[in-house]
Design a protein around this ligand. Structure first.
Ligand code: 8YV
Length: 320
């Protein structure tokens, strides 16, 4: 009951209430910005557990500074590339995450980006809201068809598979890149292929791999060069999976048609060259941003934090 925990940023109230029921102190960090390593260490020192998120860089220096007292970092989200898992393992600090509950929300947002990028929605919105629209014309803002086009899924885990399942109504052939066959996609006629074949054969390429040393800049100059000139790249995974400079060049030179991006290499600062292009639609990392999904993420991360402090096995352990 005397546990002291730190939540690095405000999360939905349901998570805070769960923590307050079992902890003596629950303190919450600032809403408006991520904290530096020094600020985090100062806030976490002498805490039993931390509820963190993708904007917190939890490197070895943070973990080493709080090891001994702090038992758990419960991540509000599924991706844990911002946490040094090897250091957590070495120091015996448990890391948990929230898989599953954000699959549908992220797959839905991926489709929102696919449709919006294909049909040039952001250019259309800008045209109307700027007062520049001079009326309907037969050749205005012509986009790309979605129905019947080939969908390439790079990383057919939970989210990638959910994106593929949603394509049924659009009658899209599916190519997917994954270590193992995915029965759900195979049943729809999906074909497991190598990355290069997926890139060369797809009208839409959507990225759903976790960020690891192997997937850093998985999509660079060479890979973009394999894509069709009418292809659209969608990224709702992690910004670093794509070489943003190479992407900006490919889009500017019209070597691919468009991109829909929810994530960036240096959040919250997308490459200015990308922002300047009309054929890129950028969102502020909204993948899991629905009321119900964020409530579930808060519940699960808070519950797992307490499970570790109470000596129970967490529901979703990724390290420690
Ligand atoms: C989360 C995400 O909102 O879960 C993830 O990995 O990318 C997002 O959907 C974010 O990570 C919050 O920590």
């Amino acid at each position: 009951m005397a546990f002291s925990v730190y939540v690095t940023r405000p999360i939905p109230e349901v998570g805070i209430r769960i923590l307050q029921r079992s902890c003596g102190a629950v303190d919450v960090g600032p809403a408006d910005r991520a904290q530096t390593a020094e600020e985090l260490i100062a806030a976490i020192r002498n805490r039993d557990g931390v509820l963190c998120n993708v904007a917190d860089a939890i490197g070895a220096e943070v973990l080493e500074a709080v090891a001994g007292k702090c038992k758990v970092f419960a991540n509000f989200g599924v991706g844990v590339n911002h946490i040094d898992l090897a250091a957590a393992e070495r120091l015996g600090i448990v890391v948990t995450n929230t898989p599953g509950v954000l699959t549908d929300a992220t797959a839905d947002l991926t489709w929102a980006l696919m449709l919006a990028a294909a049909r040039r929605l952001s250019e259309g919105v800008t045209l109307v809201s700027s007062g520049q629209w001079s009326g309907w014309t037969p050749t205005q803002l012509l986009g790309h068809d979605v129905t019947g086009r080939t969908l390439g899924i790079v990383g057919a885990g939970r989210i990638g598979t959910a994106v593929g399942l949603r394509s049924a109504g659009f009658h899209m052939p599916i190519l997917y890149v994954e270590r193992r066959q995915r029965d759900e996609l195979d049943r729809m006629g999906g074909r497991r292929v190598e990355l290069d074949d997926c890139l060369a054969g797809s009208h839409f390429v959507t990225l759903h791999v976790p960020l690891t040393p192997e997937t850093h800049h998985l999509i660079g100059e060479r890979e973009l060069g394999l894509m069709r000139p009418d292809a659209i790249l969608i990224n709702t995974s992690r910004g670093e999976v794509v070489d943003e400079r190479a992407l900006a060049r490919a889009l500017r030179e019209k070597r691919i048609a468009a991109a829909g991006l929810d994530v960036f290499e240096n959040e919250p600062h997308p490459l200015p060259e990308l922002l300047a292009l009309p054929n890129v639609l950028c969102l502020p990392h909204l993948g899991s941003a629905t009321v119900a999904t964020r409530d579930r993420m808060a519940e699960i991360s808070a519950t797992d934090l307490l499970r570790v402090l109470n000596g129970d096995a967490p529901l979703h352990r990724v390290a420690g």
